[in-house]
Design a protein around this ligand. Structure first.
Ligand code: UDP
Length: 492
């Protein structure tokens, strides 16, 4: 496992990538690893044994392409942190914030093994790129005297909203959680109520991590953002001014993946046969299908899933619906059988229970709309493919992303969710959106009248801009090259 065999590449800069153990952070980091390596850098990608298994297809692809990426699975002793065996990813946790904190704190024990590994490596590290919530990696960067860039996994827009709200303590004296609160110094007027802010991350139980994160964030040498200048330059500039940190816009990174094999195998093995999914999509009219998927963590309770099912059915629009219900899956499966739901929608509904090949689906020309939870990867993947969105944020940065999509870029409409949920504490009788609203909003999004068509045209234009940014000579392509060059210069 030690070192890279490519002798001539030993002078290349060596990037050490440490993602948060969550699909929405691991996936873009694997894309980043490929991008850096395809531009000539060496990469060590830090992971854990179970997460390495999940991304095996990506690891194999890197090997086949002879890219100098070394995947390094470090042991993860769940029992030591009081976690159930195999809890190596946030989507494997069941008991809310305490387990979340335990998993994040257990990551700190990777510090010494990583330092030992890097000490023995034939090419010393040149730069650490790590998740914001892996603050222990600051010590690793200092150990080798190299820069640390953080990867928050957010849009520049969301990072700016969050940092302004923290800096100006705008929610400190707010008693009405629904009251819109202005964000001072934002490049244009914007108001966000407390119950849609990112404060739900700063909750009791996470103090140790958030304190260390704040301390280390002030020391970072820059931020990597999975975005492109043309879409977010206003927010990138403001963020740089606010924090004094350089922002590297190097996305949309998912565009690194070309062809069926790569777009299917991202983050996990798909729980359907992708060929049957492609055949089904091929049989649908261009731009007619709504894709429904809420990412890797957000879960709807069975009652809510039933409302979604009935709303989708009533809309009479073709759809691909990805159901993830965690340990409530048997309950919803029974309901689907009892209602003969799949039979009822068999002419226009394709249901995936588990992991979906999202990028493959979004890139199919039959897809014209995406009902999304507004995770930043999902949004940027939708933008790349010129797909309009129906926004249903759940928590975290997702409400900020909704504002960007609906009010700024005008490529989506809201389904109408008014407050965030606490991950892992969803109430079983809580229905956020009723079936009639699902139906009405799906019809509005998929409508091909003047407004709908203008929205689609705007989305397609952004998709073209995204591709240009990643093409040779495009803004993100140049930024990747510049990043490697800057790190190389600094290492001399
Ligand atoms: N994803 C996927 N299939 C799924 C669910 C998610 O491929 O069934 C991918 C999706 O394409 C994206 C990532 O997982 O790259 C989810 O990231 P996002 O930021 O959208 O949401 P999160 O899961 O972090 O809430």
């Amino acid at each position: 496992m030690k070192g890279f065999t490519h002798g001539s590449q030993s002078k290349k800069p060596h990037f050490v990538l440490v993602p948060l153990l969550e699909q929405g952070h691991i996936i873009p980091m694997t894309d980043l690893a490929h991008l850096l390596a395809s531009h000539g850098a060496l990469v060590t990608f830090v992971t854990t044994p179970l997460n390495a298994l999940r991304i095996d297809a990506v690891i194999q692809h890197a090997k086949e392409s002879q890219l100098p990426i070394q995947f390094l699975p470090l042991a993860f002793d769940c029992a030591k942190a009081g976690l159930p065996e195999g809890s190596e990813n946030l989507d494997m946790l069941r008991h809310g914030v305490q387990e979340f904190a335990a998993l994040l704190e257990l990551c700190f024990s990777n510090k010494d093994p990583l330092i030992s590994y890097l000490r023995e490596h034939e090419t010393p590290p040149s730069c650490v790129i790590s998740d914001e919530v892996q603050p222990w990696t600051g010590d690793v960067a200092r150990e080798f005297g190299v820069p640390r860039l953080s990867f928050p996994g957010f849009s520049a827009f969301a990072s700016l909203c969050r940092d302004i709200s923290i800096l100006h303590k705008i929610y400190d004296n707010v008693t009405d959680e629904h009251q819109p609160v202005p964000l001072p110094g934002f490049p244009h007027p914007i108001e966000v109520p407390k119950n849609k802010s990112l404060l739900n991350f700063y909750v009791p139980g996470l103090e140790k991590i958030t304190e260390k994160m704040k301390e280390e964030n002030s020391k970072i040498d820059g931020v990597i953002v999975n975005t492109f200048q043309e879409i977010e330059s206003l927010y990138i500039d403001s963020y740089e001014k606010l924090t004094g940190k350089k922002v590297w816009a190097v996305g949309p990174m998912c565009l690194y993946n070309k062809g069926l094999k790569q777009t299917v195998s991202r983050g996990n093995k798909a729980s359907i046969d992708e060929e049957s999914c492609v055949r089904w999509l091929d049989s649908m009219e261009e731009g007619s299908v709504l894709f429904v998927n809420f990412g890797s963590l957000a879960r709807c309770v069975p009652l809510q899933l039933m409302e979604i099912a009935l709303g989708l059915e009533a809309s009479r629009k073709p759809f691909i619906w990805v159901i993830k219900a965690g340990d409530k899956m048997p309950e919803i499966e029974q309901w689907l059988i009892k209602e003969k739901f799949e039979e009822r929608v068999k002419d226009r509904g394709f249901i995936i229970k588990g992991w979906a090949p999202q990028v493959m689906i979004l890139s199919h020309k039959a897809v014209g709309g995406f009902l999304t939870h507004c995770g930043w990867n999902s949004i940027i993947e939708s933008i790349c493919n010129g797909v309009t969105m129906l926004t249903w944020p759940h928590f975290g940065d997702q409400f900020f992303n909704e504002i960007l999509v609906v009010d700024v870029l005008k490529i989506g409409i809201r389904i109408g969710v008014e407050r965030s949920v606490v991950l892992g504490s969803e109430k079983s009788d809580e229905v956020m959106v009723k079936r009639d609203d699902v139906e009405r909003k799906v019809l509005e999004l998929m409508d091909e009248g003047k407004e709908g068509m203008e929205r689609r045209i705007r989305a397609q234009k952004l998709g073209e801009m995204a591709k240009k940014a990643m093409d040779d000579g495009g803004s993100s392509h140049k930024n990747i090259e510049l990043l490697i060059q800057v790190v190389e210069e600094r290492a001399k």
